[in-house]
Design a protein around this ligand. Structure first.
Ligand code: NPQ
Ligand code: MG
Length: 389
């Protein structure tokens, strides 16, 4: 992945806020969402290609911030991410006459504490612009080896088991090769058992608690062992890494971390503690695609299976996720479903689709898709348009 890219002289950066209506409400242990409030970045810059004798071309790049509207899944939320980008991150990159390079963005923004989702969005937009200039795809740059990836689906919480079964059956009919059920106390063992009964023993099944349980729930969660699940995702609060290690010793089903993994270092520590038997890598949550690759590499070295999570991304983030999930260590199906799982209409001209249970990894330059500017303008507004000072 480390072949150098032309550096970028930033001309300006637009922050678009768009409202994407969800085809069905998505309920997790932390709330129900009917609409996705997304922050999209567009960077415009001049790329200087040393190979072409210093010739300069204007390029654009797109990035997506995965922060949710409210700080219920992570400490970050979209208004906060927007503020950090505008007031703390962009001034650093736009000051002086320096060019930018995605590989150095993380370090250059290191003075700002935390905010991986905001930093990741910025790095992504710059990387996309550089890759478009170099005519190289996200997947190729990150080190992808697969041309298509198995597609999993994340299914929200339902009060009624019959409603859950109807939803799952629909996704099975769509061809998804792996089902993930959101769970919470009171909507877990019976619900999951009913789904296992419906889909049979051969279809891969896993659950995601989004931190809804406590250390004392080990015996309860061990009842899931009988249902032959691939993994239990993030049962405990994100800070409780030791609790996950204890749970992993108590429950046979592998424990997978999501919210707890905010960097390669925290992932390495969680693995060493025995808290992370499987890793859900969320490029946004760990500060960007380059850090995600580092986590992939270290998990591969330590024999920890990984899969690519999802944040209800638009086609921008979805395409980049597909490129990442094509790396060789992604041995489990990820939450990269078709755009239509969440959105009737996407903001890219060629949305991600599922074919025979798989998503084709984009191969064109950058993210591999063009953005539907008219639709972006229709469902959103430009929150900021910033130029170097
Ligand atoms: C997870 N994603 O793995 C997240 C949580 C998440 C696909 O399960 C709106 C409402 C947006 C709820 C984005 C999946 C959301 C959301 C992500 C939940 O934990
Ligand atoms: Mg999760």
């Amino acid at each position: 992945m480390h072949s150098p890219l032309p550096h970028l002289r930033l001309r300006h950066v637009e922050l678009h806020r768009i409202a994407m209506p969800l085809v069905v409400p998505f309920r997790t242990s932390f709330g129900v969402e009917r609409e996705r409030d997304v922050l999209i970045l567009r960077v415009v810059g001049d790329a200087t290609d040393a190979d072409a004798g210093g010739e300069t071309t204007e390029v654009e790049g797109w990035g997506e911030c995965v922060a949710l509207a409210e700080p219920t899944y992570s400490p970050e939320y979209v208004d906060g991410a927007q503020d950090v980008i505008v007031r703390h991150l962009l001034p650093t990159l736009l000051s002086g006459s320096d060019t930018v390079d995605a590989a150095e963005v993380g370090a250059r923004l290191g003075h700002v504490h935390g905010h991986p989702m905001a930093k990741g969005a910025l790095e992504m937009a710059i990387l996309d612009a550089q890759l478009r200039a170099a005519d190289r795809s996200f997947a190729a740059h990150l080190g992808a080896t697969a041309e298509r990836i198995p597609s999993g689906v994340s299914v929200g919480i339902f009060d009624e088991i019959d409603d859950l079964l109807a939803a799952v059956q629909g996704y099975v009919d769509d061809g998804y090769v792996r089902i993930k059920l959101k769970i919470e106390p009171g909507r877990d063992i019976e619900h999951v058992a009913a789904v296992r009964e419906l889909i049979g023993p051969a279809t891969p099944l896993q659950v995601d608690a989004n931190t809804a349980y406590r250390r004392t729930d080990g015996e309860h969660l061990a009842r899931l062992d009988a249902l032959d699940l691939l993994l239990i995702e993030q049962p405990l609060p994100e800070e409780d890494v030791l609790g996950h290690a204890r749970l992993a010793a108590e429950v046979e089903t592998p424990i997978c971390l999501d919210e707890s993994l905010v960097s390669a270092d925290t992932t390495a520590d969680a693995i060493e503690l025995g808290a992370c038997e499987v890793a859900n890598i969320k490029p946004g949550g760990v500060g960007g695609y380059l850090e995600a690759v580092r986590i992939h590499d270290l998990c591969r070295e330590r024999g920890v299976p990984v899969w690519c999570g999802g944040m209800l991304e638009t086609g921008i983030g979805r395409a980049a996720n597909a490129g990442l999930a094509a790396l060789p260590g992604f041995t489990l199906p990820g939450d990269i479903s078709a755009s239509t799982r969440f959105y009737a209409r996407d903001i890219v001209t060629d949305p991600i689709t599922i074919d025979d249970g798989h998503v084709t990894v984009p191969t064109a330059a950058g993210l591999g898709f063009e953005i539907d500017r008219a639709y972006v303008a229709e469902i959103g507004r430009i929150a900021h348009d910033i130029s170097p000072t």
